[in-house]
Design a protein around this ligand. Structure first.
Ligand code: GDP
Length: 576
């Protein structure tokens, strides 16, 4: 709550509250949002009685319904398809949709609402059809776990590739079982045995080799063996015994949300438990609503949607985020109250979340306070060799107080996906000769993920050792000044190649101790100082966003169109 809200609640003048805060060396305004701790402290000092009620308790208050365990019935499993790009995820999803969704009888064309239900022998399987790791991880980052099984698509002519490994790592962190579809077996160079071998090396041992992992050879293109795949999905998920109670008020998760012309905010909801009816009042994320219409994956209007049904829901008052929870409530007024509570909590969380992420500095502090810790690490490097060497040498650094767990290694730029994985598993990211791409940098900032950038292996191990022994010195930290994109490259007599650029972020400067690096596809190609910075024929010291300029590096001219030039300074910061 804000200072003003608090003052009203405890019936004192806002000025008095501000004064009290000032005594505690907090100089705020009446519109500043206070965290729970501060608000509680101040309220108590004014003699108010403070009772804490968590969000979960609020929900319990809501759920006055009586639940009979005898009402539990099996529900359809929910599948996410993951795998390396071009291994056939989209083709597989389309093939299953076209062969297994009874669209003719419904008389409609299936519409893409983010998920669909397939049928085999009268049993349903729900497929989330936004293939791609971001959706899966984004949902998890927002606290939703909707996937019962991951179908990992691996092309038999290509084998395990970097994103295959990423998918395995993500499924493992999420604790979701993996079923493998070995795809493209129709191709002449298909080698399913090699795929099995490569997967076995990654602790996914096929059943026919005495392991636990079900692997089904398929051809998504020729639509071969898809029924077996579906049967195996049912088999694997039966062991998980997924049940739900259709008699309850519905709960679910947002898969997609958009504002539709004429229809207003529309969300695709996966009903996870209970039954959702037209007319139900609900909260979704920080918004309230009343179901105006339900539309299924075939474009058909429904009166109600049972557990494990993906449905479009109309009647929202705002746009929720993928992964937000939907909860039907009996009382619309109560729903509005909770939505408000959630909005405040979201604000508060944004204020404090940065402090709760693990960073090397916070690790050091936790150790000093005697808390044994596990440190999950993600390594991204410019080449596979470095990633492996780093993983090995870092894993060895763990001791009885800190266990170092490498949860993912990869090659190339640090992606949004890496950052989300770090965020959900509270890991730090080590970038070796690589940079975060544009999206990743923003997400890391927002999520407060610690990205340590290095280019010497010794420095990485040294830094980690120091953090573990509490010797992490005041470190230097980079501050990005600006980014420029190389639009063209031209020859300059005597100097070599110069880059014709446009500044896309911040400003490029050659003032003071500014340095610059050249980044190609997320990998650092060169680091040094800017030789010359020009606007037309004039030398300048600084060029701001949106402006074109010519840039050369000192003693370096291997510049290519599409490269990114990053200007930065190195500052000293004290450890916390
Ligand atoms: P995604 O990036 O994983 O979604 O892969 P796509 O589904 O877009 O497939 C990539 C390419 O592989 C496309 O040209 C598909 O036609 C082709 N493809 C997908 N499945 C098969 C298959 O079973 N056999 C063959 N021969 N080609 C396939």
């Amino acid at each position: 709550m804000t200072v003003k809200d608090l003052a009203e609640k405890i019936e004192v003048k806002a000025k008095e509250v501000l004064k009290k805060l000032m005594e505690k060396r907090m100089v705020l305004t009446i519109n500043t949002t206070l965290d729970t701790e501060t608000a509680t402290m101040i309220a108590r000092e004014f003699g108010a009685d403070v009772k804490m009620r968590t969000f979960e308790e609020e929900m319990v208050v809501l759920e006055s319904e009586v639940i009979d365990p005898g009402d539990l019935v099996p529900r359809a499993p929910v599948v996410t398809v993951l795998g390396h790009v071009d291994h056939g995820k989209t083709t597989l999803l389309d093939a299953i949709r076209e062969t297994r969704v009874a669209e003719q009888e419904a008389g409609g064309i299936t519409q893409h609402i983010g998920a669909y239900a397939a049928e085999i022998d009268g049993r349903r399987i729900v497929f989330l059809d936004t293939p791609g790791h971001e959706a899966f991880t984004m949902m998890r980052a927002r606290g939703a776990s909707v996937t019962d099984v991951v179908v990992l698509v691996v092309a038999a002519d290509d084998g395990v590739m970097p994103q295959t490994q990423e998918a395995i790592d993500h499924a493992r962190v999420a604790d979701v079982p993996i079923l493998v579809a070995i795809n493209k077996i129709d191709k002449s160079d298909a080698n399913p045995e090699r795929v099995k071998q490569e997967l076995a090396e990654r602790e996914l041992t096929p059943e026919d080799w005495g392991g636990q992992t079900v692997m089904v050879p398929v051809s998504a293109k020729k639509r071969d063996n898809l029924d077996t795949l579906l049967e195996m999905i049912l088999l694997v998920t039966e062991l998980g015994e997924h049940k739900a109670n259709p008699k309850r008020m519905a709960t679910g998760a947002v898969l997609e949300a958009k504002v539709d012309r004429g229809r207003g905010p529309v969300a695709t909801i996966l009903v996870q438990d209970g039954t959702l009816h037209v007319g139900d009042n609900f909260i979704v994320g920080t918004h309230v609503g009343r179901v105006r219409a339900l539309i299924d994956d075939r474009g058909q209007p429904l009166k109600e949607a049972e557990p494990s049904s993906p449905v479009e829901v109309l009647g929202l008052t705002g746009l929720p985020q993928p992964g937000d929870a939907l909860q039907v409530v009996a009382d619309a007024a109560k729903a509005r109250q909770i939505a408000l509570l959630r909005q405040n909590q979201a604000k508060e969380k944004a204020l404090v979340s940065r402090g709760t992420r693990v960073t090397l500095e916070s690790l050091q502090q936790q150790l000093a306070e005697g808390e044994a810790k596990e440190l999950p690490i993600i390594i991204k490097a410019d080449v596979q060799g470095s990633a492996e060497v780093l993983a090995e040498s870092l894993a060895k650094l763990g001791d009885e107080r800190v266990k170092i767990r490498i949860i993912h290694t990869g090659v190339g730029a640090i992606s949004e996906w890496d950052v989300l994985l770090a965020s959900t598993s509270n890991a730090i990211i080590i970038g070796f000769n690589v940079r975060p791409d544009r999206n990743a940098a923003g997400v890391a900032e927002r999520e407060g993920v610690d990205i340590r950038k290095h280019s010497v292996i010794y420095n990485v191990t040294d830094e980690l050792k120091k953090a573990m022994t509490g010797l992490l010195e005041p470190t230097t930290r980079e501050r990005q000044l600006g980014l420029a994109e190389v639009r063209e490259v031209f020859k300059v007599p005597k100097i070599g190649l110069a880059a014709g650029c446009i500044v896309t972020d911040g400003s490029i400067t050659r003032a003071g101790d500014a340095q610059a690096r050249l980044v190609r596809d997320g990998v650092i190609v060169h680091e040094g100082r800017i030789g010359s910075l020009r606007r037309f024929k004039d030398d300048v010291n600084e060029v701001k966003t949106g402006i074109e300029c010519g840039i050369t590096f000192e003693r370096f001219s291997d510049i290519k169109t599409g490269d990114v030039i990053e200007a930065f300074t190195v500052e000293k910061v004290a450890t916390v």
